[in-house]
Design a binder for this molecule. Structure first.
Ligand SMILES: Nc1ncnc2c1ncn2[C@@H]1O[C@H](COP(=O)(O)OP(=O)(O)O)[C@@H](O)[C@H]1O
Ligand SMILES: CC(=O)N[C@@H](CCC(=O)OP(=O)(O)O)C(=O)O
Length: 297
């Protein structure tokens, strides 16, 4: 077989994107960009480029971002102690102020800037804007593996979304702007709540019946006990992997998010490595699916 010159190979790859573009035409795709993935400067630029390319190709991309490591750094600088329980940050009044400042302030606007830099038009909002996400105090239980006793965790001002108002998002999408959302919510009690970014993304994806939810993190996907990538999982598999301790820490809210979103009509969720250049494009517009694909089963 004669080898195609490089430029023709590139054209072939571009042409192969056509059925994928048609499949996702006018569909909502929600991309959760985790704080660890964001740390890689080169991948951050290709991430912004991918988001703009999706919008230009007729999809409706939304971004929900995290910023756990960045919040941690700022809390350290301010001398505020912080601890995680069950993958969630215990949040008091001083902590939630810093969380809001870092997430809805610096990180949100940084991502909007990256998208503008690639020629896109993004708008940065948090869950308080347009009454988008109302939350209530999270009630989480945790089973101590040593004593096997289940206890209710007091996480302070950690919120769990209990209502999503889609009006503001519909208006933003209609105006052909790309929403970039910080996971901070309001409470009926007047409090500001710190919501885990995965949980927030799941609530938005569920309310909008997104076609796909992509969770970009700093690992290739869900790993088994031997640290090998698991390419596909069902909801039942996920429950088993949490129960047997294969899935721990920050991966727990991610998997809970997947289960929640699938339950609300999201077709499939993918957990993938956001530090890989063009991770989003590879996943959506090529035949080389990356990461772990999770379906209802
Ligand atoms: N089975 C597993 N497979 C992959 N990662 C896991 C697993 N169990 C726990 N983790 C941890 O979950 C982390 C991803 O969650 P998190 O740190 O909250 O990322 P992000 O900031 O992207 O939301 C991984 O870096 C890894 O340390
Ligand atoms: C309640 C809770 O844990 N909130 C998270 C919000 C940010 C987040 O989830 O960021 P990543 O996606 O980068 O982990 C926090 O305070 O770190």
């Amino acid at each position: 077989m004669t080898e195609l010159p490089n430029v023709h190979v590139r054209a072939e790859i571009l042409a192969q994107a056509l059925p994928h573009m048609q499949r996702y035409d006018q569909e909502i795709v929600l991309i959760k960009y985790g704080g660890h993935a964001m740390g890689d400067a080169a991948a951050a630029q290709t991430f912004a480029q991918d988001v703009v390319l999706l919008e230009q190709s007729g999809l409706k991309p939304l971004v929900v971002h995290g910023g756990g490591p960045q919040i941690g750094k700022m809390l350290d600088r301010l001398g505020i102690q912080s601890e995680f329980r069950g993958g969630l940050r215990v949040t008091d009044a001083a902590t939630v102020e810093v969380v809001e400042m870092v997430l809805a302030g610096s990180i949100n606007k940084q991502i909007v800037g990256w998208i503008s830099g690639q020629g896109g038009r993004a708008i940065g909002l948090c869950g308080k804007d347009g009454n988008m996400v109302r939350a209530k105090r999270a009630m989480k239980t945790f089973r101590d593996p040593e004593s096997n006793v289940e206890q209710v965790l007091d996480l302070g001002l950690v919120g769990e979304p209990d209502h999503v108002e889609r009006g503001v998002l519909d208006a933003v999408l209609k105006a052909e702007l790309i929403p970039v959302l910080a996971p901070v919510a309001y409470g009926a009690d007047g409090q500001t709540y710190n919501v885990n970014a995965d949980t927030f993304a799941g609530a938005i994806a569920g309310a909008l019946r997104a076609k796909r939810l992509l969770l970009l993190t700093d690992v290739p996907g869900v790993l088994d006990k031997n640290k090998k990538l698991i390419p596909e999982l069902t909801v039942e598999d996920c429950r088993r992997l949490i129960a047997d301790g294969t899935i721990t820490g920050g991966m727990i809210p991610k998997i809970e998010t997947c289960m929640y979103a699938l339950d609300r009509g999201v077709e499939a969720v993918v957990i993938l490595d956001g530090k890989v250049n063009h991770a989003v494009l590879l996943e959506l517009f090529t035949n080389y699916g990356a990461g772990t694909l999770i379906r209802r089963g």
